[in-house]
Design a protein around this ligand. Structure first.
Ligand SMILES: Cc1ncc(COP(=O)(O)O)c(C=O)c1O
Length: 477
């Protein structure tokens, strides 16, 4: 095929340029048309098989034809969590600069495991982490690394905790968190070899927070039984309701009990960039380890998670390994081999997207965008409270509000649960917005997470109106 050197897996410069322009045009068309597109494109397995399940192509296909098929048949059946009316789970409102940075990172393909191979990338990673540290008001010394996301960031932090606190001897060791702690933590403890009962999920209070007296009591009981408490996981924004555990009190308890304090701020910790969030998250700097996901509330494309620890030596203790074939990569003073600080040896350049985003827009713009997410939830809370058939269940907190459709007709709570689940299903079919549900004290509630700075007040009002309408119709049906 003209301009294709299949033996070298190369396109000619002209073909590369045309293909690259096609990719950029496709991204721009997607991003600029998002608000009029369906928020919920879906497909069944059978439909996707019929579209994409083919034998491997033995010969070449024109790159632009492949691109066109990818946009139509692949992305045409994927939701974009950056859609302004994607309010489900924790949205991923990425940005164009971050996306282009990912393309650059792939194109230059820096190997970010060792300083030797990518000093520039390693320096950018260190700088970006320190910008985050400063922006969030964390003490000097906090450092860490970029990983794929919150699950791996939590795993990385807990691995450090296991090594530093237990010398990797886990028999009889116990850790604590509230029952609203993200399930990624259970997974991490399991991967690290702990049995499920070694991570105690203690009942949260009515505000979704870990009660310090319950925590203190559990620690004392376990010590009396000869067990070895070593770690507390605190939430800086639970996924369910945005609740924040009482960080200063938990930190005090951890100090007096000599426990590692891990803070999961995968979605919520970004709020510490703002004045409001900094006050809500007071005490976060007392953590031994902290997780924050740039692919959530720092507007980066997947994948980007960050783990920060108070002392980088802890990560080295948990992860550094000598290997004969790595003997030429020994870093000089101050240089960092990130492979010695986490799970991956071969690592992509994840820090670049956040670095370029901060440089292009400025940290103040990111801070304002986070504040906007907090404000949007407040607006949603007011609209919900003013609506005759909605009730606020948990008030707006760090960009999350939960509520319930409650019809005028007398229904029991179980019937209202299933009505609210029917509203979610009807909205999925409708496609105007993506709104999902969760359980609060065993009852189904609707939940909005409003962290997309491109969401408008009009989007909120229209989504709530449509939810109410679907509820009215669901009740009639
Ligand atoms: C509080 C919290 N922790 C951990 C995670 C897991 O992060 P990831 O999905 O990036 O692995 C999430 C995901 O939403 C989260 O909200």
């Amino acid at each position: 095929m003209n301009g294709v050197d299949a033996a070298r897996l190369e396109l000619s410069p002209e073909r590369m340029r045309a293909f690259g322009h096609g990719v950029v045009d496709a991204i721009i068309a997607h991003m600029t048309n998002l608000e009029t597109a369906s928020a919920t494109p879906r497909a069944t397995r059978a439909a996707m098989d019929a579209t994409l399940w083919t034998p491997p192509p033995r010969g070449p296909t024109d790159a632009n034809a492949v691109l066109a098929q990818t946009v139509r048949d692949v992305f045409g059946h994927c939701m974009d969590p950056g859609h302004p009316r994607y309010f489900a789970f924790v949205p991923g409102p990425n940005n164009y600069v971050g996306a282009m940075a990912d393309a650059l990172a792939s194109g230059f393909n820096a190997f970010c495991g060792t300083w030797l191979e990518s000093a520039g990338a390693a320096e950018v990673e260190l700088v970006t982490l320190d910008w985050l540290r400063q922006g969030m008001g964390l003490p000097d010394g906090f450092g860490g690394l970029f990983v794929s996301g919150g699950s791996v960031a939590n795993l990385t932090a807990l691995a450090a905790s296991r090594t530093v606190m237990l010398d990797d001897r886990i028999e009889g060791a116990v850790a604590y968190g509230s029952d609203l702690t993200h399930r990624a933590l259970d997974k991490a403890f399991r991967i690290l070899g702990f049995r499920s009962e070694q991570f105690r999920r203690l009942p949260c209070d009515d505000e979704g927070r870990l009660p310090v007296d319950t925590l203190g009591h559990a620690i004392a009981t376990d010590r009396a039984a000869g067990l070895r408490p070593f770690c507390v996981v605190a939430n800086a924004g639970t996924t369910n309701t945005g609740a924040v555990d009482p960080l200063p009190e938990i930190a005090r308890l951890c100090r007096s009990e000599n426990l590692w304090l891990h803070v999961d701020g995968a979605y919520g910790a970004a709020a510490a960039l703002t004045r409001h969030g900094r006050a809500r998250l007071a005490g976060i700097g007392d953590a031994h380890s902290l997780v924050i996901d740039p692919h959530k509330w720092l507007f980066q494309p997947y994948e980007a998670g960050v783990v920060l620890v108070r002392d980088m030596a802890w990560l080295r203790r948990a992860f550094a390994i000598d290997a004969d074939y790595m003997q030429d990569t020994a870093p000089s003073t101050g240089e960092i081999n990130f492979c010695d600080h986490g799970i991956q040896l071969t690592r992509g350049f994840r820090a670049l997207k956040l670095w370029m985003t901060i440089k292009v827009f400025g940290l103040d713009a990111l801070t304002a965008a986070v504040q906007r997410g907090i404000d949007l939830a407040e607006t949603a809370g007011r609209l919900i409270a003013a609506h005759p058939r909605f009730e606020v269940v948990t008030p707006p907190s760090l960009g999350v509000v939960t509520f319930r459709y409650r019809p005028a007709a007398a229904l029991d709570e179980g019937e209202i649960d299933s009505l609210n689940r029917r509203i979610v299903a009807a909205m999925l079919d409708d496609g105007f917005a993506l709104v999902t549900s969760t359980l609060i004290r065993g009852r189904t509630v609707l939940r909005l997470c409003t962290i997309n700075p491109r969401t408008t007040e009009g989007d909120l009002a229209a989504t709530l109106a449509r939810l109410a309408d679907l509820g009215d119709r669901g009740r009639a049906g």
